[in-house]
Design a protein. Structure first.
Ligand code: NIG
Ligand code: FE
Length: 412
């Protein structure tokens, strides 16, 4: 049992478990000033104001004094690709010089570059490099992360990636969810035979992935130039037979129909959403699908921004995640996502905090155990450095304001 006392402000306090915040409610953020937080075993046991310290809290043997510091629930990063073999800064230079996506692909860039490299890398080496990235994001305050496959693109290498994720789950204190993304791109050896590749995913990959219990979710890159709505439907239907709930890459490059197909198959989330209009918004309303925006990818690729204010005005919730991957978002810093939410998407700090904690917990099916300071939830919290206000978190962009991270009730 340990106590954090003299907390300047305890952020995102929810006495009752709520799944997410939507619309105008995203502006709500409950906090307690001059607070304490008691952690027992791996759970948030109790909290309150210092003027009202419980008897149990008074008896805690391990005590941290957080004078001048704040405590937040850890970020939940509901969309990443952190198992990968190589960085792709050469492609980045080509992009700076003005080369198009097609030209970059011709020079061996893009997703297929990562595929080639990953196929040649051992499971152990992949594990080691992904482990380092996990440590890095943990130090920025991430306590839960969803990780996708999708750089293998053949049965053996997709299984290899998912086994790496399983090992990360076993060893790490972070909460980890695994997503099968065999439909990330068509691999070179299937060029011109996309239907056959989709058949391979359906007939071989999904049954094997599910047979080994390697994935929690299934993802498809449903967008212009990648997979069609019809192909997406076929793959989602097969995945759902095995209990894999969809999380879709949708509407990054065009009005692709990805949002609607995601909602049709009760996706947990549809992600990217640069191209969203009235049809997409009305399909998402009254669904159980979390619209998820990835500010890092839009920033890095210089894309149009998702109309998040319009979506919130319509009553929708918004989650935000890092999309940490070597091609479109080589950073998993959720504090930077928080800043980008405010600066580039004009979200209020309260909305941005909801998007990166509670709502992103929902987008990885964890909002009953993570995403807020609620009695009984898993004690994944961070203590900040001394900061003047919680608004300072998005304001002071690019700096690490996190001092200590606690995962499963253990100081990291
Ligand atoms: O989420 N949009 C599709 N896939 C990734 C990019 C992956 C890559 O370029 O390696 C994304 O942005
Ligand atoms: Fe992605």
């Amino acid at each position: 049992m340990f106590l954090i006392k003299n907390i300047k402000e305890l952020i995102q306090v929810e006495n009752e478990c709520i799944p997410y915040r939507a619309g105008v409610k995203m502006q709500e953020l409950n906090t307690l000033k001059k607070a304490w937080l008691l952690i027992k075993n791996n759970k948030i046991h109790d909290y309150g104001e210092m003027s009202n310290l419980s008897l149990e809290a008074q008896q805690a043997t391990e005590v941290i004094d957080a004078e001048g510091k704040m405590v937040f629930p850890c970020f939940c990063d509901s969309h990443t690709h952190i198992v990968y073999a190589n960085s792709r800064e050469i492609e980045y230079i080509d992009k700076i010089k003005g080369l198009s996506y097609e030209e970059i692909a011709k020079r061996g860039g893009g997703i297929l570059n990562s595929v080639q490299r990953l196929r040649n890398m051992s499971e152990d080496d992949l594990f080691e490099s992904a482990w380092e990235r996990l440590e890095e994001i943990k130090n920025y305050g991430t306590g839960a992360v969803e990780i996708k496959s999708g750089y293998g693109l053949d049965t053996q290498n997709e299984l290899k990636m998912l086994r790496v994720i399983r090992r990360l789950k076993e060893k790490s204190e972070l909460t980890i969810k695994a997503t099968f993304l065999g439909a990330h791109a068509v691999p070179a050896e299937y060029k011109g035979r996309q239907k056959e590749y989709v058949d391979l995913i359906i007939n071989e990959m999904i049954p094997m992935v599910a047979g080994e219990g390697l994935a929690d979710f299934i993802d498809v890159f449903c967008d212009k130039g990648f997979f069609t709505v019809e192909e997406t439907e076929r793959m989602l239907m097969e995945g759902m037979k095995y209990g894999l709930r969809p999380k879709i890459h949708a509407n990054e490059l065009d009005f692709s129909g990805g949002v609607q197909v995601g909602v049709k198959y009760n996706a947990l989330s549809v992600d990217h959403l640069e191209y969203v209009g009235d049809a997409e918004i009305s399909s998402l309303l009254h669904s159980e699908t979390m619209p998820t925006v990835l500010p890092g990818a839009a920033f890095f690729l210089g894309m149009v921004h998702s109309p998040v204010r319009k979506m919130m005005n319509a009553g929708l919730p918004i989650a935000m995640a890092s999309d940490f991957n070597p091609g479109s978002s080589p950073s998993g810093n959720m504090q930077l996502v928080l800043s980008m939410a405010c600066i580039q998407y004009h979200m209020l700090p309260e909305e941005a905090i909801n998007a990166t904690t509670l709502n992103s917990a929902y987008a990885m099916d964890c909002s009953d155990t993570l995403g807020s300071i609620t009695r009984g939830k898993i004690a994944n919290v961070f203590i900040t450095k001394k900061i003047p206000t919680y608004e300072y978190m998005p304001y002071s962009y690019g700096n690490n304001k996190v001092e200590r991270v606690i995962l499963n009730g253990k100081l990291q």
